[in-house]
Write a protein that binds this ligand. Structure first.
Ligand SMILES: [Zn+2]
Length: 243
């Protein structure tokens, strides 16, 4: 019974108000260009989906049961792992950007905390057990509908790591001055590591939040095709002196 009620409620949340369905968005506002339809079939009833513009955003709506299949940004979680002054990077074994270096990171799973997801991805891609210290960067990338949340972390016992196929071809620790800047896979990783090295040199870590603007149609890490805007840098308190 409870489950039925929850299902009904979930269904109602995914239906458009009758008055809004099929209308063309707020009066006076320029409607966004119609995107390419990503999905064809309704996950509730198997009916055909169509793109409609009920509320200023294009939505996939079922032509049979009116279920609205909302598409929302995805969260990528990962770690910047430090061990004895060096940083753990992995060489990607899968597309996109196969063969280039990145920090361990991947999509957060449902039912998982962001820190647990970051630790899981680090084990899956670099074979490393880690202790998560603190959030480090949160970058929105609106052009690709992703949010990157990377944590500062340290290797935990047994302090070992190894590339895990097929995700990674290689895992290695890099001194800051040896980071392969020209062979990094993603703009988010380039920007995060740049700040990380700056913070290391300064001797104090901040938390960095901002928006990565990418030139439309540019690759995942094309030099000059992206920039961090609305950068907020929160200084974290220095560790308390031990007594
Ligand atoms: Zn349907």
């Amino acid at each position: 019974m409870q489950q039925q009620l929850e299902q009904q409620q979930q269904r109602r949340q995914h239906q458009l108000p009758a008055a809004a369905a099929g209308e063309g968005g707020p009066a006076g506002a320029e409607p966004p260009p119609k995107p390419k339809q990503q999905f064809k079939f309704c996950r509730m009833c198997g009916g055909a989906l169509e793109l409609v513009l009920p509320d200023g955003n294009w939505r996939h709506v079922c032509t049979q049961c009116q279920y609205v299949d909302y598409q929302n940004p995805r969260m990528v979680v990962g770690t910047i792992v430090q061990h004895e002054g060096r940083i753990l990077l992995c060489r990607r074994g899968i597309e996109p950007q196969r063969g280039l270096w990145t920090v361990p990171a991947g999509y957060l799973e449902c039912g998982e905390s962001s820190a647990a997801g970051a630790a899981r991805e680090t084990l899956e891609e670099a074979g490393a057990q880690v202790h998560i210290d603190a959030p480090y960067v949160m970058f929105d990338i609106p052009q690709i509908s992703q949010i990157y949340l990377l944590f500062r972390a340290r290797l935990a016992p047994p302090f070992t790591f190894a590339a895990r196929e097929p995700e990674s071809l290689e895992a290695a620790l890099f001194r800051p001055e040896d980071i392969p800047w020209d062979s990094l896979a993603f703009s988010s990783v380039s920007i995060a590591l740049k700040h990380y090295v700056q913070d290391l040199e300064r001797g104090s870590f901040s938390v960095h939040q901002g928006v990565i603007q990418k030139q439309p149609g540019s690759g995942p890490n094309e030099p000059g095709s992206f920039q961090l805007v609305d950068h907020v840098q929160l200084d974290t308190p220095a560790p308390a002196p031990s007594r």
